[in-house]
Write a protein that binds this ligand. Structure first.
Ligand code: ZN
Length: 472
């Protein structure tokens, strides 16, 4: 009986879809026609450019390590991609979707398909439709090949300008640092007013074709304003939010929503609930300031899915020498530790000491190195800024004792010890922070972590510290 009813229901949906399809030509007449801009680049150039930019982006932005959330966003993205009008589809493009663990309400897509949706955007959206609206807008920039079209006009293209443009070099000399080159540029694609309007209009059309109410894209502007602005790149785009709101709603009147309407879903509510269970996401500004306690991105090699066992071998008495920050720093670490790079930070950790917990990468033993941009040029207050930043993502972090003078690479350094409870293992741990200043005023730091009762790691940390050579 039930199956029969289901069959009937399915059949009537199919019939409705048929009716909708046959009505499409009439509605298509009314909607705004959009055309490509002249573009001297090939479609393959878009793919190549986007791939490079994606690599940069993923080395700088912390990805949320939650497969449930990622695959949900991906499923919404797939539905939208399938709804891109055929004249704007490119078989060469490879659309994929990742979630950035940042609280700013933003999303961006790169030429050829990679899209990054901030966790803050998913949390702020009132409905799945609002989230889909932002994604449809970003997808439209990609489908219309706005990046390379803008480059064709000789304007600086946002992605590259954004990533490589803020090229404050930390370390001088030959082989000037790639890592250092890209402290979190403002990753905002600056498109012209005309392009933004096109992405809004095509975005609304894609929404309708995908079964979403296109007005949800407009509603997202209101939602962003209600949450106190902070729309980052998405809202600061000209034209003004109220003009965009009106324009999208005008377009929506000409559109027919395809099939049974999606807009809100229980799944969306579950995903938001899941995100609320996580520690607060850092803002892009905080990420930029540095002091990341953990490697958080996905390009950290074969980072295991399970939490760290916390059972690790003693540090080897043999040391391997590494050159990090593109020649800026030399350091020797026990040969049984391995290296991860991310967010302008380099980690050295033993096997068994790293893994994932609660959507984040964590480690129990090891040393990390980084460069932080601080407001203060005074070593002690700069160090305090770094520690405050560390503490923001770590509720259990406590200072225990003041600063001690130390030496790092022959220069004045400060040493301080913090106590923490490891999120993954629940064990008390000691966090030692050693800082010194680079010639350009930035703060170079080493953070050494081990469980409180495993003092045998202190020898290794001391040796590592002694081996550091800074060439700035
Ligand atoms: Zn845009």
């Amino acid at each position: 009986m039930i199956s029969k009813l289901m069959f009937k229901r399915r059949a009537s949906i199919a019939w409705l879809a048929l009716v909708a399809i046959s009505l499409m030509p009439f509605t298509a007449l009314a909607q705004t026609q959009i055309k490509y801009h002249s573009n001297k680049y090939s479609v393959q150039d878009d793919v190549k450019l986007g791939r490079q930019a994606a690599q940069e982006a993923e080395s700088q932005f912390p990805m949320l390590r939650d497969e449930t959330v990622r695959s949900y966003v991906e499923s919404v993205g797939r539905r939208l991609v399938a709804a891109i009008p055929s004249e704007f589809q490119h078989p060469e493009f490879q659309y994929y979707f990742k979630v950035v663990n940042a609280s700013d309400i933003n999303a961006f897509a790169l030429p050829g398909g990679p899209m990054y949706v901030n966790r803050g955007m998913i949390e702020a959206a009132k409905t799945e439709g609002e989230m889909a609206g932002v994604m449809a807008h970003e997808l439209s920039h990609v489908a219309l090949r706005h990046g390379t079209a803008q480059a064709t006009k000789g304007q600086k293209y946002g992605v590259l300008a954004g990533i490589a443009g803020v090229a404050g070099t930390i370390f001088g000399g030959p082989g000037v640092g790639q890592l250092a080159q890209a402290p979190f540029a403002v990753y905002v694609l600056k498109f012209s007013r005309e392009y933004e309007t096109e992405a809004d209009v095509l975005g609304a059309q894609i929404m309708a074709r995908a079964g979403y109410d296109p007005r949800d894209l407009a509603n997202m502007f209101r939602t962003i304003e209600q949450t106190g602005g902070g729309g980052g790149g998405f809202l600061s785009d000209h034209p003004s939010p109220s003009d965009r709101y009106a324009r999208i709603n005008r377009e929506a009147e000409m559109l027919r929503v395809n099939g049974s309407e999606r807009g809100d879903s229980r799944e969306f509510a579950r995903i938001q609930e899941r995100l609320r269970g996580y520690q607060r996401a850092p803002t892009m500004a905080e990420i930029q300031r540095g002091g990341q306690r953990y490697p958080v991105g996905e390009n950290t090699g074969n980072y295991p899915n399970n939490p760290p066992s916390g059972r690790v071998d003693y540090p080897s008495s043999r040391y391997s020498s590494y050159t990090i920050f593109n020649g800026g720093v030399q350091v020797s670490v026990p040969s049984n530790w391995r290296q991860f790079n991310e967010n302008n930070t380099v980690w050295f950790v033993p096997e068994g000491a790293y893994g994932q917990y609660n959507g984040q990468a964590v480690y129990t033993h090891g040393a990390s190195f980084g460069v932080a941009q601080t407001n203060s040029r005074n070593l002690q207050s700069a160090t305090q800024e770094l520690i405050n930043n560390l503490a923001q993502g770590n509720n259990n972090l406590r200072t225990s004792g003041g600063y001690q003078r130390a030496t790092m690479s022959g220069r004045t350094a400060l040493f301080t010890t913090l106590s923490n409870t490891n999120e993954a293992t629940g064990r008390p741990e000691t966090v030692q922070v050693i800082t010194t200043q680079l010639r350009n005023g930035q703060l170079f730091y080493m953070i050494a972590v081990a469980p409180q009762n495993e003092r045998n790691f202190n020898n290794a940390f001391q040796q590592i510290l002694n081996s550091i050579r800074i060439n700035d």
